[in-house]
Design a protein around this ligand. Structure first.
Ligand SMILES: [Mg+2]
Length: 120
């Protein structure tokens, strides 16, 4: 059975890129969210195996969404998606329970490595 992934990013283009990488590698994308609140709501509804979570988003950012997801499910597997220059926020996220992070612009190999490791 393929792993179920929830993709979270406020940019549709970024979601599309990740979705494409994942679907070509036998992952099942079960949901997409474009802000932190949607991410938390969809996590609770879909119970995905893993979430890719953008840091900078309107409404609720990725760090706050991460904390809510982890408090709902201590076993949640979350890989953060960051831009250059967000090291401090990435460290916050790892301390809050994120498994790993990927940096934009994404490279398929690195995305698959981070997700594969987080799921193993
Ligand atoms: Mg963003």
């Amino acid at each position: 059975m393929s792993n179920k992934i929830l993709i979270v990013d406020d940019a549709a283009f970024m979601r599309m890129m990740i979705k494409d990488i994942l679907e070509k590698n036998d992952y099942e994308v079960v949901g997409e969210a474009e802000n932190g609140q949607e991410a938390v709501d969809q996590y609770k509804e879909l119970n995905p195996d893993l979430v890719t979570l953008d840091i900078t988003m309107p409404e609720k950012d990725g760090i706050d969404a991460l904390k809510e997801i982890i408090s709902h499910d201590g076993e949640a597997k979350v890989v953060m998606c960051s831009a250059m220059g967000q090291q401090a926020m990435v460290i916050d996220a790892i301390q809050a329970g994120a498994k790993d992070f990927i940096v934009k612009p994404f490279q398929a190999e690195r995305v698959l490595e981070a997700i594969g490791k987080a799921l193993s």
